[in-house]
Ligand binder design. Sequence first.
Ligand SMILES: Cc1ncc(COP(=O)(O)O)c(C=O)c1O
Length: 392
Amino acid sequence: MTASVAKPGLRPANPNFSSGPCAKRPGWSLEALADAALGRSHRAKIGKSKLEEAIALTREVLQVPADYRIGIVPASDTGAVEMALWSLLGARGVDMVSWESFGAGWVTDVVKQLKLTDVRTFDAPYGQLPDLAKVDFDRDVVFTWNGTTSGVRVPNGDFIPADREGLTICDATSAAFAQRLDFAKLDVVTFSWQKVLGGEGAHGMLILSPRAVARLESYKPAWPLPKIFRLTSGGKLIEGIFKGETINTPSMLCVEDYIDALNWAKSVGGLDGLVARADANFAALDAFAQTSAWLENLAVDPATRSNTSVCFSIVDPEVAALDKDGQAAFAKGIVSALEKEGVAYDIGAYRDAPSGLRIWAGATVETSDLQALTAWLDWAFAQQKAMLKAAA
Ligand SMILES: Cc1ncc(COP(=O)(O)O)c(C=O)c1O
């Protein structure tokens, strides 16, 4: 028999460890949205100034260069990425770099929907990065900074040359505000509000370098673009989009919540504070995994381990000996037991990823809650293991 582990006494104060929407910031309540410009036009001075404030705070907290445009766009991160792909690609060959489900989704878009023909794909199994040295940055390059479903990130932007000819289009939704994005190496950066800052879904952020703007103004895709994707008019950038004149109607409640999240970010030390919080959270989980006999980080190379979407495989030999369905059921058993106890919600691996656990460690999560969770992970594992043995 596996020794049973007593139920831990300490519970995480906040059991929300989902990888999106992520935990609200510490201390958040609906009161924080009391100043929302509800029932007013987003084109009125009050609405427009809120949208401008959201953009200005984004620039300040994320340390976006002054000559980069920042726009609020529809349809969350997906909307922002799709706008970039459909508006910019096709002018030259494209290298698509992916190592998990979301990156793979962008490959599908470019190959099967846009039907571009000069496309090279570089992919890697869950837990690894492709060989980035093979990527040709004189072509356009699309990649995800932090692969949310495998917990593998690029360690930095050193693999991207400063003097590239192509554009780099980076889905940074689970990296922004927790990892340092090297803007000089990135021409398009996208993210949503519902990740590291614990904001709401619905709106996306699209950040463009001057080179991306130059492409938009000099290249017209061969395919039609719906209004919701259009960034230019008469061959010129629609500058208003980057000054708070959104393409269509945003939720002023979500905008208020994003402003609240950005002000909280400033109160914890801005980008440095946010990165430090995510790093400390990762360190708490990593310390646990390093001494655990049953769980291991899915990311093989420690330098690529995410400090936001931390993914674990269950490596206990008896579990590893089960077939795929058995392993998935075992992991699910842990997830369900913890959910039932109310100590951890939404920590199952993503549906397309290998079975295991995925625990969000972004800046809105408290390190003490992750520390409390680790004892519960051992408890749930021992419980599942005992059930496995009993069934054998
Ligand atoms: C890397 C990545 N890209 C895209 C998305 C989709 O984001 P959204 O639902 O905000 O459009 C996610 C969501 O988890 C993600 O992690």
